[in-house]
Structure formats: C-alpha cells, structure tokens
Design a protein around this ligand. Structure first.
Ligand SMILES: [Zn+2]
Ligand SMILES: [Zn+2]
Length: 189
C-alpha cells in the first residue's frame, strides 16, 4: 500500500472543495493548514444565502464574475469568523491565487502557498509573494481516485472503438460512446 503524502492529502482536500463551487467559470478550492492540521477550507461561491451563478448566471463586470468570493478569501474569512490564527500557516490551492487573494494571503501571515495549477500567474502577485517572503510551490495534484490501471482501461477502450468503427457502427453512436467515456475517465479519450 502506497501512503498518501501530506501535500497530496491537503491538495486532494482543496480539489474536493472545488467541487462545491457555485460559479461555472472556474472551480477553485483552498485549504489552510497549520502544523499538518486543516484549520479552514473554502471554495469560490456567493455570500451565504445569496443566489448562485450556477442557478442565475454569472454577474459579469469588466470580464470578471463579481458575485463570488474567492476560495482563498473564504478560507481566510472562515478563520476570522471563528477566531482561528492564520499566522505561520500554509495554504493549498487548486489554482495560483489572483492578485487580491495574494495580498490577503500575505496579510494573514500565511507563509507558504502550494498550488496545483498555474492560472494567469500575475507578475505583481509573484513579486509581492517574493518580497513578503511567502514561498510558492507548485504541487501538481495526482488524482488518487483514479485507478492505477487507468492507462490500460483507456487502451482497451480505444481498441474496442477502433473495432466498432471498422465493423461499420454509425459515427453518431461512436461519438456518443466517446462522450460517455470522457465523463467516466475525466481525461482526453
Ligand atoms: Zn459566476
Ligand atoms: Zn482570488
């Protein structure tokens, strides 16, 4: 049995939280950790009790959805709400933080930012993290929910599809099967 690393464990938590996002533009999750313990988590969503982008559509101003509070902000605000210190903590985020979240992270005393995916990494955010001595480290997320033999399953699927194509199965039916497989494998098939 392969034991899950702390980095992957916290990163998995952030990816799980991202699935609670209410804005269809981008699903982000953030987990604040102190001494290897999760102290708060957040995802991008509306204020409590507010309408959701997924139900009402986004509220776009200047190309940005203004309805949601970002995942990192939500996690930091959760700490404020319940009186949990963030000084010296670490944050695990699915995407590189935006400029606003970058400033909030620095100001909250968080010392390390682990992110899984680069996302429009703003040069000023990179500069601010540097000058505030906040370390940023890319930790690509290895989705452990996916089985180890995923590659073999994909190969088998591709082979079956080829056979079906050469057997003269309708193109539309093949396309539908590909669509279904994409949902299952969450990968490019
Ligand atoms: Zn939205
Ligand atoms: Zn942000």
């Amino acid at each position: 049995m392969k034991r899950l690393s702390w980095d992957q464990y916290f990163m998995a938590q952030s990816h799980l939280l991202a699935n609670r996002s209410t804005c269809p533009r981008l699903a982000v999750g953030a987990t604040i950790v102190r001494d290897k313990r999760i102290i708060a988590g957040g995802y991008n969503g509306s204020i409590s009790g507010g309408v959701h982008c997924v139900d009402e559509g986004c509220y776009i101003i200047d190309g940005h959805c203004v309805r949601t509070i970002h995942a990192e902000m939500n996690a930091i605000i959760q700490c404020a709400k319940f009186g949990v210190a963030t000084q010296g903590a670490e944050i695990y985020v699915t995407h590189f933080p935006c400029l606003q979240c970058c400033k909030a992270i620095i100001q909250s005393g968080i010392k390390t930012v682990y992110y899984a995916t680069d996302y429009r990494n703003h040069p000023y955010a990179v500069e601010l993290f540097d000058s505030a001595n906040v370390k940023t480290k890319k930790v690509p997320f290895n989705n452990f929910f996916e089985h180890d033999n995923q590659a073999e399953k994909l190969k088998l699927f591709a082979n079956i599809m080829k056979k079906l194509e050469s057997a003269g199965v309708e193109e539309d039916e093949i396309k539908e099967l590909y669509r279904q497989a994409q949902n299952i494998f969450s990968h490019d098939v």
